[in-house]
Design a protein around this ligand. Structure first.
Ligand code: M6R
Length: 618
């Protein structure tokens, strides 16, 4: 979703802003723009619809300046166009703003400002909600306020969640930033005689690893020497930066053609890193030092509800399975965007587990808010971003250690989420006495084999590519699974949809004959997830029903399974896994199939159309 960058220092701001925006491309966008301010306060704005190369092509015509802000926009209000791209200026041209989030009351605010604009013979220049922000600031400046006061006043008038960066012609050596609610973060980067801002860390890492995260409600004024923060109830202060140990190389694509492919291949390491030190065998403990919930809280849990969106929802569905099977506790999952609107009944003994790789997904944050305000139930978040908004809202966090994920499609953070959910199920089951030391040891030993299951799945990449190429013109797929493989069927279908733009449905195999079977013919390929396990026989029946309708079947099952391979058109053999661990053996194969279908179709795999990495609007 939208990205923000900013720079103040001694170098030409334009190229630095552009490079920062390139590092945020993965968030998804449909237009972009930058504004620079020279030492005399002259402002220049450049905006282009489409890819950043359109902006890059025009940047040499822009006057230079050592202060500036930039933005990639993912359209919400008004179509993607040059006119609606950020930055937006006040009607007198003096205040320039970029925003992530939504000004929910922008219609009221525009109506309120309309009369003044008309009296001055000025008009709105865009269809966006954002344009009211520079206008509100500018009106307060005209009334004699300082920029910080004007910005604070303007933010106080906005309804919704907003992350904002601004520059002002009368303050040529400053950028301003503010954060309100959960519209994504603002990170400040400290350089040598220069300062940077960005909505996400990857844009800063080539310049600095010394950073500060703005908190909700903060307003910051940044010059080339540092930052001053205003926070409610405190005197303005210079915050203490922190060091992050992220390696800029970790976010480079390396030899891989796409970040998605790189991240698929990073999964064994992401999984090992996420479980390292958290699955100890002697004595057996799960998450020993990593779960800040008291023993009483853990013992008092009567039910677990796992929530999330998209891929994180599919992880939540698998997590529900583990909570029941490993922890032996009643468990449900829910789609976070629907959950709070049906007045759910939780009770104080429910533990809510929110899964969100970004920690900033607005639907999940909304659900977490509801849990806190309505039920006060304990909440654990599983996320890849330490310090994200979700970690601030939760009572405890389990931070995956997957490293930055750049491809829009979640891959390594899916297996990171799974590892955290599995460990949490072990911890709860053990704390409640349902999982004996002996059984906990067995569960943890099995989890420790998961990275090698992933490794061996990745060795099937060439076979996945060959099969995918044969189906690159298919317009539909049905993906079938049962039991713990059913959520994975949904995840496989989501991957096909989002990067291949192929219509795909993930179905519980038993449900197929209740409707979807009517779709099947020789042009409708079916992917069947059929490892040997308690439901294998039932999967075989479903596969036979598919084959009887001449639909081509691609089956993914246990390596060497003759019975299955002889029944289907294409067979991919994965390493046999214990029944509760099949998500780890199957995941790389379904991801690689989707990847290679998209590749064969020549699509923009890392930045699929209309999608954003972090969804910060409802
Ligand atoms: O950051 P989150 O895990 O909360 O994101 C949730 C979904 O937006 C995300 O999983 C989305 O479905 C991905 N593009 C899937 O690949």
């Amino acid at each position: 979703m939208c990205g923000i960058v900013g720079y103040v220092g001694h170098q030409a701001a334009g190229p630095i802003l552009l490079e920062g925006l390139q590092r945020l491309e993965y968030r998804g966008y449909d237009s972009s723009g930058i504004a620079v301010l020279d030492r005399d306060g002259a402002l220049a704005v450049l905006k282009r619809q489409g890819k950043l190369r359109n902006l890059q092509a025009a940047i040499s015509d822009m006057p230079s300046g050592a202060t500036g802000i930039g933005h990639t926009r993912w359209a919400t209000h008004g179509q993607p166009s040059d006119r609606n791209a950020h930055p937006h200026a006040s009607s007198n041209g003096d205040v320039i703003v970029v925003q992530n989030g939504i000004v929910e009351n922008y219609r009221e605010l525009k109506a309120e400002l309309q009369a003044s604009l008309e009296a001055e013979d000025r008009t709105w220049k865009s269809d966006t909600d954002t344009e009211v922000i520079p206008e509100l600031i500018s009106r307060e400046l005209e009334a004699g306020k300082s920029f910080e006061d004007a910005l604070e006043h303007a933010i106080g008038r906005l309804r919704g969640a907003n992350a904002i960066a601004a520059i002002h012609g009368a303050n040529p050596h400053k950028i301003y930033a503010a954060r309100k609610g959960s519209a994504g973060g603002i990170v400040i980067g400290y350089g040598d005689g220069e300062m940077f801002i960005a909505s996400d860390l990857p844009a800063l890492l080539p310049h600095t690893t010394t950073i500060y995260h703005l908190e909700d409600g903060d307003i910051a004024a940044i010059n080339q020497e540092g930052i001053t923060v205003r926070r409610a109830g405190q005197s303005p202060f210079q915050p203490e930066p922190i060091q992050v140990d992220l390696d800029p190389v970790a976010i480079a694509r390396g030899p891989y053609r796409h970040f998605m492919l790189k991240e698929i291949h990073e999964q064994p390491r992401a999984l090992s890193d996420t479980i390292r030190g958290r699955a100890r065998l002697d004595p057996p403990t799960a998450l020993a030092d990593d779960l800040s919930l008291s023993a009483d809280t853990l013992r008092g849990i009567g039910r677990v509800l796992v929530i999330g969106m998209g891929t994180s929802l599919h992880a939540a569905m698998i997590g529900r399975w583990w909570m029941e099977q490993i922890a032996g506790i009643p468990a449900d999952f829910d789609n976070a965007s629907e959950f709070r609107f049906r007045a759910p009944l939780l009770g104080p003994s429910t533990l809510v587990v929110a899964v969100t790789q970004s920690g900033e997904t607005i639907d999940t944050l909304g659900a977490m808010n509801h849990v806190r305000d309505r039920w006060g139930a304990p909440q654990v978040v599983i996320t890849n971003v330490d310090g994200s908004e979700a970690t601030r809202q939760a009572d405890a966090s389990i931070i995956m250690r997957c490293g930055p994920e750049v491809g829009v499609a979640s891959t390594k953070t899916f297996v990171g989420s799974l590892a955290a959910l599995y460990l949490l199920a072990c911890r709860i089951g053990h704390a409640q006495g349902r999982l004996s030391d002996e059984n906990l040891t067995l569960r943890l030993e099995q989890l420790l084999t998961a990275p090698s299951l992933l490794e061996r799945g990745l060795e099937l990449a060439d076979q996945c590519a060959r099969i995918a190429q044969q189906f690159d013109s298919a317009s539909d797929f049905l993906v079938l699974g049962r039991g713990i493989e059913y959520p994975l069927a949904m995840e496989a279908a989501l991957k096909c949809k989002e990067i291949s733009y192929v219509h795909a449905e993930g179905y519980a195999a038993g449900e197929m004959k209740h409707g979807p079977i009517a779709l099947l013919d020789q042009h409708f390929p079916v992917i069947a997830l059929a490892p040997r396990g308690p439901l294998f026989g039932k999967m075989m029946s479903a596969i036979q029903q598919v084959s009887a309708r001449q639909a081509p079947v691609i089956a993914i099952g246990d390596d060497g399974d003759e019975e299955l391979s002889q029944q289907v058109d294409h067979f991919i053999g994965v390493p046999p896994a214990p029944p509760l661990l099949t998500p780890f053996s199957l995941t790389p194969v379904v991801q690689l199939l989707a990847y290679h279908i998209a590749l064969a179709r020549g699509l923009d795999i890392d930045q699929p159309r209309n999608l954003a990495k972090t969804v910060t609007v409802e």
